[in-house]
Design a protein around this ligand. Structure first.
Ligand SMILES: Nc1nc2c(c(=O)[nH]1)N[C@H]1C(S)=C(S)[C@@H](COP(=O)(O)OP(=O)(O)OC[C@H]3O[C@@H](n4cnc5c(N)ncnc54)[C@H](O)[C@@H]3O)O[C@H]1N2
Ligand code: MOO
Length: 402
């Protein structure tokens, strides 16, 4: 039997020559989670004018230390007039610093008597000032291509008055569920059948990774039907993902159908869960090359396979570096385990304490037990042929992210 491949070899095969989806313009209001196809350059200074960081009094620092007349009042949104030397201005947070002032004293340090204000001595120039362009200056790089538009980036675009961006088209995914025993929720369940957990789970994960599921259908365990559905899927998608039917039984038709239509690049990994994972390519509409990932049917194999393989693949398709890898944390195990010839990706929760991070493993790590993925903070990576005792250091891949 052919040797099992490593995760690294599978990732290298998967990420080779990945076609990037085309750019498309999109209103910023609809761009959350999308990936910038072009860098954005700042066209405004932010803040656009020197302004006060405090409610208080603006003055020239050389005039501090004594009583000064209050010569103007500047609320946020009002224009300031030049400040006469020897006077101060009542100012509010965000108010424009008047020409001639170079510092602000917060009102808690100031005594007020009618139109006069007492200001403490030795106020440094620049105190409590937010200078024009401190955050962003015109012409500077605002956001690079490949940035995923999350909260702060969307705020940054709005801060420039930008209403439209050019983003990568979301990769289109066709999801095929194989298995005669798999039934859609809402249908009655006959003996020997079970409901399709993988489809909604993968749909949600794929959407979180920036993709759009454009087709989701079920495939009976027959070679011809599998081939037909694979071709239909390849015609509408950038990536075809199947679940189940990639093991060694005679009811496992996916690999054969793939090999007939396109090409099987790699099959069977030294990992648990997810051993029979298959990677390949299919010819799409008009001769396009469509990627193929065949996940094993066990729900945990699908969950882990999506994080390990679909996420970086979708990152490459959107030219988004943030999706390429998962952050790695070092934790202490609070469990004992032993691996055989396959690397084990165990579902763990992480407790962040004063002594560091403690990883707790879900009790049943079988690849059919989807409960082990609910609330999982991370995947603990246990090398092949390895023994872990409680307290041992282990590497964990952080999952609490997009
Ligand atoms: N003789 C061998 N048998 C198996 C091997 C092997 O090396 N030799 N490998 C085992 C491993 S490891 C895995 S993983 C599974 C994967 O097999 P398949 O990818 O062909 O998956 P299926 O047999 O179709 O399904 C496996 C399991 O998952 C259930 N399933 C499938 N789809 C769904 C779904 N959409 N929702 C919920 N559950 C689903 C299915 O009913 C099966 O119980 O092969 C082992 N066998
Ligand atoms: O490789 Mo499988 O997913 O362990 O049951």
């Amino acid at each position: 039997m052919a040797e099992l491949q490593s995760v690294e070899a599978a990732l290298a095969a998967l990420l080779q020559d990945v076609p990037v989806t085309p750019p498309e313009p999109l209103p910023c209001d609809a761009a959350a989670g999308r990936v910038l196809a072009e860098p954005v350059t700042a066209r405004l200074d932010v803040p656009p004018f020197d302004n006060s960081a405090m409610d208080g009094y603006a003055l020239h620092h050389a005039d501090a230390g004594g009583w000064l007349p209050v010569s103007q009042r500047i609320a946020a949104g009002q224009p300031a007039t030049p400040l006469a030397r020897g006077t101060c201005a009542r100012i509010f947070t965000g108010g424009e610093i008047p020409p001639g002032a170079d510092c602000v004293v917060m009102q808690e340090r100031v005594e007020r008597d009618g139109e006069m204000a007492w200001l403490p001595a030795e106020v440094p120039a620049g105190d409590n000032l937010r200078r024009r362009g401190r955050d962003v200056s015109v012409g500077a790089s605002l956001l690079p291509a490949g940035e995923r538009l999350e909260a702060a980036a969307l705020g940054h675009l709005a801060g420039q008055g930008i209403t439209e961006v050019v983003v990568r088209r979301r990769p289109r995914i066709a999801l095929l569920s194989t298995g005669d025993e798999i039934v859609d929720p809402g249908q009655p369940l006959a003996p020997g059948q079970l409901y399709n957990s993988n489809r909604p789970m993968l749909t949600r994960l794929l959407e979180r990774f920036g993709a759009e599921v454009v087709g989701a259908s079920s495939v009976p365990d027959r070679g011809e039907a599998t081939q037909h559905r694979l071709q239909e899927a390849a015609d509408i998608a950038d990536l075809v993902v199947t679940t189940g039917g990639v093991s060694v039984g005679e009811e496992d038709h996916v690999k054969a159908a793939l090999a007939r239509l396109g090409r099987l690049d790699l099959w069977r990994l030294a990992v648990r869960p997810g051993k029979p994972l298959a990677l390949g390519r299919l010819p799409g509409h008009g001769g396009r090359e469509v990627r193929f990932v065949g996940l094993p049917g066990n729900p945990v194999s699908c969950f882990v396979g999506a994080w390990l393989f679909l996420r970086p693949l979708l990152g490459a398709m959107q030219a988004c570096p943030a999706l390429a890898t998962l952050p790695q944390l070092s934790a202490r195990a609070d469990f004992a385990t032993r691996t055989g010839p396959r690397r084990h990706y165990m579902r763990v929760t992480l407790a962040f304490g004063e002594d560091g991070i403690l990883a707790r493993a879900f009790r049943d790590q079988n690849s059919g037990v989807l409960s082990s993925c609910i609330g999982a903070d991370a995947l603990a990576v246990i090398p092949a042929d390895h023994r872990v005792e409680p307290g041992d250091r282990i590497d964990c891949l952080w999952l609490r992210m997009e």
